[in-house]
Design a protein around this ligand. Structure first.
Ligand code: NI
Length: 222
């Protein structure tokens, strides 16, 4: 699980909020599976809205430019970003995300993310709560920050009791399917960069780079 600050700059955030203002929203139950629809109570930006494509591009570009996101998720493919809104009384109860998403060009959801577009002070409640073997983790991040988490978790959004919670959510199919392998490659890449900073391009650096590349060859699903 990763929390990544400042995925959107203050300027990008202003632009996203401006584009979202006065856009048509529809009930989130339209895109929920038959079980999730029982607990999903939010609104989503209508993909036919006039700024939908621009918003997609803006968020996808910000994700691609974020080194931590790219290193941690190792994205192969993304689902179109969903822009969700929760007003007072709305929430999203316990559910699991669908394993396969989309029609035609389907992706496997390995990782889910929530990019917070509202500041924590803009609403009461609305925490993203993710269960794993260590317990439940609550996330209510600053505007512009993102939480990246495994798609195979049970998670929920606590009911918003006042204000408005706006988020962008998305799903990633990773080049590295196994989370343990992804973790190893992430750790080694961080080490490799630290080694380069400390000692430059030495024989040890090249040797470590070779091992990293060979692990990628063994594990990647490009
Ligand atoms: Ni979900």
């Amino acid at each position: 699980m990763f929390c990544i600050a400042d995925v959107l700059s203050a300027e990008q955030l202003r632009e996203v909020r401006r584009l979202l203002a006065e856009q048509p929203y529809q009930s989130g139950s339209k895109t929920a599976g038959w079980a999730a629809t029982l607990v999903k109570n939010n609104e989503q930006l209508d993909p036919k809205g006039k700024h939908f494509e621009k918003l997609q591009q803006l968020i996808v570009a910000a994700l691609a430019a974020n080194e931590v996101f790219t290193l941690a998720a190792m994205p192969k493919a993304l689902r179109p970003i969903t822009f969700s809104r929760y007003t007072s009384g709305m929430g999203y109860g316990d559910h699991v995300d669908n394993a396969l998403m989309g029609e035609g060009n389907r992706i496997r959801s390995d990782l889910s993310f929530t990019l917070f577009l509202s500041a924590p002070g803009d609403y009461e409640g609305g925490e993203l709560m993710i269960e794993d073997t260590l317990g439940t983790h609550d996330h209510k991040l600053d505007a512009g920050a993102l939480v990246l988490y495994p798609s195979d978790t049970v998670h929920r959004v606590a009911t918003v009791t006042s204000g408005v919670r706006q988020v962008a959510v998305g799903w990633v199919q990773s080049l590295i399917r196994d989370p343990r392998q992804r973790q190893i490659l992430f750790d080694l890449e961080v080490l490799r960069r630290q080694l380069f900073q400390q000692t430059g391009k030495t024989a040890q650096f090249d040797s470590l780079s070779k091992s990293c590349s060979n692990l990628w060859r063994m594990w990647a699903e490009p």
